[in-house]
Write a protein that binds this ligand. Structure first.
Ligand code: ATP
Ligand code: MG
Ligand code: ZN
Length: 255
């Protein structure tokens, strides 16, 4: 995986031409006695590479995989994500996945790793967006007088939508309204699963202690942040995982 232009890019090293289709990529296949022209199996990997390159995984997470995650530092989180990924069935009405926790717990690492698995293992198209970029794009679209349906369509139609840093921003009415629109349209259309990471906690933190980090003290819960409508749908449709452990950005230097 090579980072390029801000996004992670997978590259395919060309091999010898396929013997089944002589490098044409298509061939006649017979299924249940019916002959038709279809894509050759040799196109499976190039197709998945194209899906990955269209996903929009940030370059800095190009090499994040489930294998490169140090499991011993956050085993319950890793196990939950691994289980979700292993039980994924394309088009199977699967629940979504929300990873909530303080900074540096490996949430974006795991999100990028899941995207990689969905694309390369299951051949599913995923759209990865950072919440603030998503909002900025929509705002720019409105300024250009683009219609809402057209603007939201890629987010609503993506077979899997992965949102990093859900809820980050000022928490304005605009932000809530955009998210409400995306979540309820996906919900109504029974689009595929939504994956997300967030710094907003799933539960209200216990009473304040001296040792609490700043982020735990001041943040509202995710439900408070997103509002009842969005939260109600997410809670029903997503598996919620608390990303515990220490801040890897700090601990890695101490190891
Ligand atoms: N358990 C881990 N094993 C290996 N690398 C990790 C682990 N946890 C985090 N990292 C690495 O630490 C860096 C920070 O992790 P990441 O960006 O995933 O954190 P985050 O939980 O998304 O934080 P934030 O809430 O600030 O966005 C990344 O480079 C990530 O690959
Ligand atoms: Mg992150
Ligand atoms: Zn072929």
């Amino acid at each position: 995986m090579t980072p390029r232009g801000g996004f992670a890019v997978a590259e395919l090293i060309p091999g010898p031409p396929c013997e089944l289709c002589r490098g044409e990529g298509r061939r006649v296949v017979e299924r249940h006695g019916i002959r038709r022209v279809g894509r050759c199996v040799c196109q499976r990997l190039p197709d998945r590479v194209a899906l990955y390159n269209a996903a929009g995984v940030p370059a800095k997470h190009a090499n994040c995989t489930l294998e490169s995650f140090r499991v011993e530092l956050a085993r319950p989180t890793w196990v939950a994500v691994r289980r979700w990924t292993d039980s994924f069935e394309p088009g199977g009405g699967q629940s979504g996945l929300i990873l909530a926790g303080e900074p540096g717990r490996g949430k974006t690492h795991l999100l990028a790793a899941v995207v990689r698995e969905l694309v390369f293992r299951y051949g599913v198209a995923v759209k990865f967006v950072e919440f603030s970029h998503l909002l900025a794009n929509i705002r720019e679209g409105y300024d250009r007088k683009e219609g809402e349906a057209r603007l939201l369509s890629p987010l609503v139609r993506a077979p899997v939508l992965a949102i990093d840093e859900l809820g980050k921003g000022r928490g304005s009415d605009f932000e809530t309204a955009v998210l409400d629109e995306i979540v309820s349209r996906r919900y109504n259309a029974q689009a595929g699963p939504l994956l997300a990471t967030t710094n907003f906690p799933l539960r209200a933190p216990r009473a304040r202690r001296e040792s609490d980090s700043l982020s735990t003290m001041v943040l509202p819960t995710l439900s408070e942040r997103l509002g009842e409508r969005v939260w109600s749908r997410l809670k029903e449709a997503c598996h919620l995982v608390e990303a515990a452990g220490d801040d890897y950005r700090i601990t890695k230097g101490k190891a």
